[in-house]
Design a protein around this ligand. Structure first.
Ligand SMILES: NC(=O)c1ccc[n+]([C@@H]2O[C@H](COP(=O)([O-])OP(=O)(O)OC[C@H]3O[C@@H](n4cnc5c(N)ncnc54)[C@H](OP(=O)(O)O)[C@@H]3O)[C@@H](O)[C@H]2O)c1
Length: 276
């Protein structure tokens, strides 16, 4: 019998860097067999060094997802798939008035439709194994701040998908756990900055956007390490009765309380930050 036969297997999307790579490393260390998806073969090095096995997949490409499903099924060779971590994601921000609709669609293609497509592709195997599905949402899946609209919308959609899926699959023994990280140190910030620099006109939002960028820079400086999210991903897979949502952020208790405030109070709290 091969060494793989006794190990629980998990599939993680987007493991070339950041949270996905950290989760692959943490789960491999904990004894899991980890299939990690990358879009390009040349990006597989860090994952392999972390103990994961690369699988090529672009979550926006149906054929690529189907090919990856086939590869995973073959490598599993009849053994169960114990978990799926939907992590692959991108970030796009900006004022609704200025963000091109095409960019919003591309964002949803990865952060929402990509997650739905991957989950659907692996669902028969996950249901048969009474597996866990972990969604990497965001604090922006709880609170939609100004200039975070497109990203927050994609994560709110992911939250609704997760809630309905959890209720559908509970009778089948499949648990869905949503992880909501606050700012985490990963390359996603640099990638988002790179995209933002291509935006031409800032129009009437110039001053507010400059303040927003200052706030983002502050958030980046105090961001938590990706290993904190990886630890919660392990907990989501292993807890006997996992929480439906895991918030990974500074001042998590305060953030939870915000959910109970009336909208107008939240509006005032947020706008007060801009005046400071
Ligand atoms: N960092 C934060 O502060 C933070 C906070 C809350 C939530 N999150 C969420 O955490 C998740 C991981 O982000 P991260 O911060 O770790 O960023 P990251 O380091 O940029 O990682 C994103 C991963 O997603 C992959 N990806 C992007 N588009 C893809 C596609 N079309 N198909 C397949 N894979 C794709 C990337 O692959 P390539 O290298 O090929 O692009 C990369 O492996 C995202 O869902 C993000 O929204 C992050």
């Amino acid at each position: 019998m091969s060494a793989d036969a006794n190990r629980k297997t998990v599939l993680i999307t987007g493991t070339s860097s950041g949270i996905g790579l950290a989760a692959a490393e943490r789960l491999a260390t904990a004894g899991y067999r980890v299939f990690g998806t990358v879009r390009r073969e040349q990006d597989a090095g860090p994952l392999e060094r972390a103990g994961g096995e690369p699988v090529l997949m672009d979550v926006t490409d149906a054929e690529s997802i189907e090919a990856a499903r086939h590869v995973v099924e073959q490598r599993l060779d009849g053994r169960p798939l114990a978990g799926l971590i939907n992590n692959a994601g991108i970030a796009t921000g900006g004022p609704w008035e200025l963000v091109p609709l095409e960019r919003v669609r591309s964002l949803f293609d990865v952060n929402f439709f990509g997650v739905v497509a991957v989950t659907k592709a692996f669902l028969p195997a996950l249901r048969a194994a009474r597996a866990r599905i972990v969604m990497i949402s965001s604090i922006s899946g709880r609170l939609a701040g100004p200039f975070m609209g497109p990203y927050a919308s994609s994560k709110f959609a992911l939250e609704a998908f997760s809630d309905s899926l959890r209720r559908e699959l509970a009778p089948h023994g499949v648990e869905i756990v949503v992880i909501q990280p606050g700012p985490i140190t990963t390359p996603i910030w640099a990638k988002a900055r790179e995209q933002a620099s291509h935006r031409l006109e800032r129009g009437v939002y110039e001053a507010a956007l400059s303040e927003f960028q200052r706030q983002v820079e502050r958030a980046v400086q105090t961001a938590l390490p990706a290993s904190d999210v990886a630890e919660e991903a392990l907990r989501a897979l292993e807890a006997r009765r996992p929480p439906t949502r895991l918030l990974v952020a500074h001042k998590a208790t305060l953030l939870r309380l915000f959910s109970f405030l009336p909208d107008r109070w939240m509006d005032r709290l947020i706008s007060a930050r801009w005046r400071r």
